[in-house]
Design a protein around this ligand. Structure first.
Ligand code: GLN
Length: 497
């Protein structure tokens, strides 16, 4: 087995036992990035030199017996997290040359525990998208391909999902042992599902948003990706924690998530929301969902049908609240303080030229929608109404969790699609988020676990949703699904096809 195929936990144990050095581990990942990133475009910035120097420091710490939870572990960082002295673009031209003087709390926490950063990953511009096609730095190619007839792989380039598509592709293709992402409407879980890896969006407030480029502040959730549930548990344990610099960060003990992975599901009640039976959903996704419920029942859980009656308003609510907050957050990119400046005849001409040159189509669409729904004449009809519906969606979850301990649903209504698909129809693209946005609107934790392959050999994920701040049960249920599914399929790029 090569070093890049190890799980994060096995790599950590191997480092501590000195079976290989941090330099060897990081160099193996840097070599994999050099070989495969030209095709995948998963990284916007590769920090190979700094990573190797950090690896040497990690080896020195390991030699002194001073290993942290992640000492010497190579990770990829979504280019939405500010990293001190390393360019942070948010996938946008407007921040193309922005080098933050500060470090986000989440990445600082990972560094505190010894992690090594191999680079900054590609994403939809300002995390707005479900495909990674809206990045100003070009699309990411999924490491997966559809199985064609006669065993010859279909040539179509597929999307890794979005917006954290670069992070998901990097972890799936074994260019890093784990990665950070952010989930505002599904951007951790949907790319995890499309890419055959695990991703968890913790409860709102678990991970600090400080130093994360803001999209929609009441919905942005930082979280980890990895190739196993336990690896995600270790990463989240490091990323999470109270941060006085983020007023929405919660002051609660961070439990031992890795221990929670071993709890099992005996005696748990698992809810099946009947409203998640979307019309037109492929039969194989429905079948996988049923299979997931069978696995949980066989492991000792009780399956209960429940109702989340306001599910059908989730997407509409999200696509009012998220653009509204985005239009406000993105007002700061005016050519004065950050990144790009295009000179103009006067100040307002400079603003206009800078924003016209700096923002792509999807970002402009969101700013326009957001400005509209917040405008004096429409605020009550759209924004205020959406906030009321959001409260009803939260109440649905509260009522459901009075009856059950966790919910099981599909993560997405389809497997990965091809580059260019859904691009001319934004609403069709937004439908990808139908199963993921409710958990963002409610702030409850939710994970995607790879559970099987579709008829084309593409990964499909199942989603586990938990009570607010009960990530532990989400990890317990996710680990049982992972164990039962025994998902070992390699992405095409690593299977040599
Ligand atoms: N696909 C959703 C959107 O475009 C979610 C993005 C996200 O979670 N950052 O807004």
């Amino acid at each position: 087995m090569t070093l890049t195929d190890l799980s994060l936990v096995d790599a950590r144990d191997g480092l501590r036992a000195r079976r290989f050095s941090a330099r060897e581990l990081v160099a193996a990942h840097v070599a994999a990035i050099e070989a495969l990133n030209p095709r995948l475009n998963a990284f916007i910035t590769v920090t190979a030199e700094a990573a190797l120097a950090e690896a040497d420091a990690a080896d020195a710490a390991l030699g002194r017996g001073e290993a942290g939870a992640l000492t010497g572990i190579p990770l990829a960082i979504k280019d939405l997290f500010c990293t001190a002295d390393v360019r942070t673009t948010a996938g946008s031209r407007i921040l193309e040359s922005f080098v933050p003087p500060y470090e986000s709390t989440v990445t600082a926490n990972l560094r505190r525990d010894g992690a090594v950063f191999v680079g900054k990953t590609n994403l939809d511009e300002f995390a707005m998208g479900s495909s990674n096609m809206t990045s100003a730095f070009g699309p990411v190619e999924s490491p997966w391909k559809r199985a064609g007839a006669n065993g010859v792989r279909d040539a179509a380039r597929l999307v890794p999902g979005g917006s954290s598509g670069g992070s998901a592709a990097a972890v799936a293709a074994r260019l890093a042992l784990g990665a950070t992402g952010t989930d505002t409407g599904g951007s951790i879980r949907q790319p995890a599902s499309f890419s055959g890896i695990v991703g968890i969006k913790p409860s709102y407030g678990r991970c600090s948003r400080w130093g994360v480029v803001a999209f929609a502040s009441s919905l942005d959730h930082p979280g980890p990706f990895a190739r196993s549930v336990e690896d995600c548990a270790v990463l989240l344990g490091s990323m999470a924690g109270h941060d006085p610099r983020d007023s929405t960060s919660v002051d609660r003990i961070v439990p031992d998530y890795a221990a929670a992975c071993r709890r099992g599901v005996r005696g748990l009640r698992i809810g099946v929301p009947r409203e998640y039976r979307a019309e037109g959903m492929p039969a194989e996704i429905e079948a996988l969902w049923q299979q997931g419920l069978t696995w949980l029942r066989e492991a000792g859980a009780e399956i209960v049908e429940i109702s989340l009656p306001h599910t059908k308003y989730g997407l509409a609510t999200y696509y009012i609240v998220a653009p509204a907050e985005a239009s406000s957050n993105l007002a700061r990119y005016d050519g004065v303080r950050f990144g790009l400046r295009v000179p103009g005849e006067d100040l307002s001409d400079m603003y206009k030229r800078t924003r016209a040159a700096g923002f792509g189509t999807e970002v402009r669409r969101r700013i326009l929608i957001g400005t509209y729904v917040l405008s004096a004449g429409y605020y009550d009809a759209y924004y205020l109404r959406a906030q009321k519906v959001r409260a009803l969606i939260l109440r649905d979850f509260t009522e459901a969790f009075a009856q059950v301990d966790a919910l099981l649903t599909p993560t997405t209504p389809s497997a990965a699609f091809a580059h260019g698909e859904n691009m001319d129809d934004p609403v069709k693209m937004w439908l990808n988020d139908v199963f993921t946005v409710p958990a963002d609107l409610a702030g409850v934790p939710a994970m995607s676990v790879p559970a099987g392959l579709d008829a084309d050999g593409l990964p499909l994920g199942l989603q586990v949703i938990g009570r607010l701040f009960d990530e532990e049960t989400v990890f317990a249920v996710g680990a049982v699904i992972e164990q039962a599914a025994g998902f070992t399929a390699l992405p095409s790029i690593r299977a040599g096809v």
